[in-house]
Design a binder for this molecule. Structure first.
Ligand code: 13P
Ligand code: SF4
Length: 332
């Protein structure tokens, strides 16, 4: 790597080289993908143009399953840092690239590993379940990882008297607690996108569209979930809108998922749940750092790459693999 790349990556987080405006970016990305035997994995919260060129689009669980089984040499992760780290942990011999290293996660940031390690010390007889939205270091401190599509089932798969710490999301934790009746010890973290919804504005919208169903991601606060017709992960919400006969939905999660909902059900109407008046939209500022140009440069220069210490990979692998094993057993 030359010096200007090193400066770009440490200061900006991405390769800041101007892309020739006359090239067909999508065609060039597809050509490079073949040439390098690369696969593009994209989360539902990515911009629609990135979703449309990805080899696989999915929620956190689906993306982890794909990362574990791909035979590509290079994984380009169109998502956020913790997702690319998870891919690297599951496929350590592969080159894992993230278009912008600064694509972080407020939820992951809300749980610094050194503080979590102290918190964990207070509950020595508890098993630690962590939501995948956390750093590799935090996963290395865990017994089992989960995602929003399997958190309830993972807790239920454990003996009823098993004491459990759940982190870092307090909202998902509270939801799992309610669904399973288990007394989980919760870390007090949250996602900035799922805590911005305005109860008042949702109520007004539901009056305007009385036949619409209200669907929500379990990272939302309890009072928002309490009024939902359906609660689930991004892929769960998508599946629900495909199978349910209603024609209008108010959707409480990051707005990127609306692209797939609209593509899968073109005749239906999807309305993003309104945020409070402090926010203009439901976009995740981290997810939306990735652009087509950054993705092209990332594939072309094979940078920025996710590098993790070997001991962290070894320790974080076990809890993620445990999640994948339980999910496979349950057919998730
Ligand atoms: P899922 O992909 O599990 O639905 O989670 C959403 C999310 O917040 C990812 O950052
Ligand atoms: Fe993190 Fe929330 Fe963005 Fe998901 S939507 S990546 S949890 S900040």
């Amino acid at each position: 790597m030359n010096t200007s790349f090193e400066q770009d990556l440490s200061a900006k987080g991405f390769i800041d080289v101007a892309v020739d405006p006359t090239i067909d970016l999508v065609a060039e990305i597809n050509r490079l993908k073949k040439e390098k035997n690369a696969v593009i994995l994209a989360h539902y919260y990515q911009d629609s143009e990135i979703q449309d060129l990805a080899d696989y689009i999915g929620d956190s669980l689906g993306l982890s399953q794909q990362a574990a089984k791909t035979d590509a040499d290079v994984i380009v992760f169109a998502g956020v840092h913790f997702m690319a780290e998870t891919a690297k942990i599951l496929s350590p011999s592969k080159k894992v690239l993230l278009p912008d290293l600064k694509a972080g996660c407020s939820l992951s940031d809300s749980c610094p590993p050194h503080l979590f390690a102290k918190f964990k010390e207070k509950y020595p007889d508890h098993l630690v379940i962590t939501y995948v939205n956390c750093t590799a270091e935090l996963k290395a401190l865990s017994d089992i990882v989960c995602t929003s599509s399997n958190a309830v089932q993972i807790v239920e798969s454990l003996p009823a008297d098993q004491k459990i710490i759940f982190g870092p999301d307090r909202n998902l934790g509270a939801y799992v607690k309610k669904k399973t009746g288990r007394d989980l010890v919760l870390w007090n973290g949250a996602c900035m996108v799922h805590e911005i919804f305005s109860q008042e504005r949702i109520d007004a919208l539901r009056q305007e569209y009385p036949h619409a169903k209200f669907i929500a991601h379990p990272e939302c606060e309890d009072h928002i979930l309490a009024q939902a017709d359906y609660i689930g992960s991004t892929s769960g919400m998508l599946k629900y809108t495909i199978e349910d006969p209603t024609d209008t939905y108010i959707v409480a999660t990051e707005s990127g998922i609306l692209h797939q909902m609209q593509k899968s059900s073109p005749s239906k109407t999807f309305i993003p749940a309104p945020p409070n008046n402090m926010c203009a939209c439901n976009d995740c500022p981290h997810m939306k750092l990735n652009t087509l140009e950054k993705l092209y440069n990332c594939l072309y220069y094979e940078q920025p790459e996710i590098i993790l210490p070997e001991d962290i990979i070894a320790r974080a692998q076990k809890p993620i693999e445990r999640m994948l094993e339980i999910s496979a057993k349950l057919g998730l």
